[in-house]
Design a protein around this ligand. Structure first.
Ligand code: BGP
Length: 485
């Protein structure tokens, strides 16, 4: 067997987000967050995308009124807020070196514009980070993972409002100072490209009926870029040891055919995805997005000094999620579609799809890595990759998730190839780690964990934790430094 190419300080880990794991939506002074109020209270597989991506203020009010009643499983997450000590012990047993997680902004500033931070919220994460460090687990912390205080959505209009930049800066400064020395790796915004795909989830932008949804979505994105750069600046000032990364949902597009028009379409779609990293890694908007704004009547308000802030405060590393690849065609109607949840794309005849219709593509992760490395030449970090599946619990309580092992083995095998080719990769955190509520379906059924949590879609169950077969497999992988896949 050839020696594993993974570096000895590789950050093997797992990842999840506060709003999908913690629950306890109103505990210890927490305010309601936008993520507690996802406007589809009924569990559904294939949601009305428009309603989720751009709900009306009335829909938000309705959804907010439903919080605390039945049919809102997401607010309970998988009870991490009350089970975190047990979960950290399980993670330590798994042998992970990094836990990627997020802070719920609404635990720290319940309304977002409060005069003082909420001490109980600060203490929660302080204890958690301290314990993680004691167990040799490096926290990798996302400041905003699909989450902002709901008050900033209803009263300010979300990230489309410039005032939110200042409020975020204060939040970032508060956590950076408080957790100095405890947290070394920070991510600013989760999957920042989501803001223009799902403006509510990514940017707290609702459909106010004015018809300028994309204008406000791009404005929200611009404010997030500026806020991210300012947070990066603050992080470096407060703790010179801190490393800050951006986070992209990498949507790798293949051409549907070798017709140059399809190839060009795929290149265009890839470049549009990489606009975000162009801004955050290179420090400036590329021409392709300026053209898009021009041709779509989008007039961005870029304040004086913004471009300098972006240019001077680029990130230290580039992190990304990778779940699937997509297919581009000039005329998609010529081909079949996957009908996948959240993302439907031209069907790739060479790939299988998951139960939720997402292309499964291990080789794609190698292509994505090589491509990002070639383009940016900064350290990369895979902070999300995993399989959402409806696991079966056997009579004896075990979950034999060989399909998840197979998924991770095949993806990590390709990751190893990319590293062997010279890609500088800091780590790999498998999405879920423990079962959590899925972001796109608000259900538990789409499970990602290596640890089973006994809770159903309605949040009923004991909440008991049981390692799945994949837990042991990953433990052995980490123990072998990636030599045994
Ligand atoms: C990413 C998000 C996560 C997440 C994951 C899986 O887009 O950053 O929050 O949940 O995708 O998606 P889902 O839960 O919808 O299957």
């Amino acid at each position: 067997m050839t020696a594993a190419p993974f570096p000895s300080d590789f950050l093997w880990g797992v990842a999840f987000a506060a709003n999908q794991a913690e629950g306890a939506y109103d505990a210890d002074g927490k305010g309601l967050s936008q993520a507690d109020v996802v406007p589809f209270p009924q569990a559904m597989d294939y949601v009305d995308l428009h309603e989720v991506m751009s709900p009306t203020p009335e829909r938000i009010a309705q959804a907010a009124a439903a919080v605390g009643t039945a049919g809102y499983p997401k607010r309970n997450g998988s009870l991490f807020y009350t089970h975190w000590e047990e979960d950290v012990e399980l993670f330590a047993r798994m042998g992970i070196r990094a836990l990627r997680m997020s802070i719920a902004w609404s635990r720290i500033f319940p309304n977002g514009d409060d005069a003082e931070p909420n001490e109980a919220g600060l203490v929660f994460y302080e204890r958690l980070f301290t314990r993680l460090r004691e167990r040799g687990i490096e926290p990798v912390v996302t400041m905003s993972h699909y989450e902002m205080p709901l008050h900033l959505v209803t009263e300010y209009g979300g990230w489309a409002n410039r005032a939110v930049v200042r409020l975020f800066e204060r939040y970032a400064e508060t956590i950076l100072r408080r957790y100095r020395g405890l947290v070394r790796y920070w991510l600013t915004f989760n999957e920042i490209n989501t803001t223009v795909i799902e403006p509510y989830t990514g940017g707290g932008v609702v459909d106010d009926g004015t018809g300028d949804r994309m204008q406000r979505a791009y404005q929200a994105l611009h404010h997030q870029f500026v806020a991210s750069a300012l947070a990066t600046k603050l992080a470096h000032e407060i703790d010179p040891e801190a490393k800050v990364g951006c986070m992209l949902a990498r949507m790798l597009h293949y051409p549907a055919s070798s017709d140059p028009a399809d190839v060009q379409q795929a290149q265009h779609d890839n470049d549009m995805n990489l606009v975000h990293t162009d801004v955050q890694v290179r420090g400036a908007y590329p021409g392709i997005i300026r053209r898009y704004w021009r041709e779509n009547g989008i007039e961005l308000q870029i304040a004086e000094g913004d471009e300098r802030i972006l240019a001077e405060n680029t990130v230290d590393f580039l992190s990304f999620s990778y779940y699937m690849t997509l297919v581009s065609a000039v005329d998609p109607t010529k081909y079949g579609a996957t009908g996948g949840n959240l993302f439907s794309t031209v069907k790739n005849p060479h790939l299988e799809t998951s139960e939720w219709g997402w292309h499964l593509d291990p080789i794609g992760i190698r292509i994505a890595l090589t491509d990002l490395w070639t383009r940016y030449q900064v350290p990369l970090f895979i902070v999300e990759n995993g399989l959402g599946a409806s696991d079966r619990v056997e009579e004896d309580g075990s979950v034999r998730d060989d399909y998840r092992i197979d998924y991770m083995r095949r993806h990590l095998g390709q990751v190893a190839e990319a590293i062997a080719d010279g890609v500088d990769l800091m780590g790999y955190t498998v999405w879920g780690g423990i079962d959590i509520v899925s972001a796109s379906t608000s259900q538990m059924t789409k499970r990602y964990g290596l640890i089973h949590v006994d809770l159903d879609d309605e949040g009923n169950g004991t909440g008991n934790r049981t390692p799945k077969a994949s837990f042991d497999w990953y433990r052995r992988v980490i123990a072998s430094g990636g030599a045994t896949l």
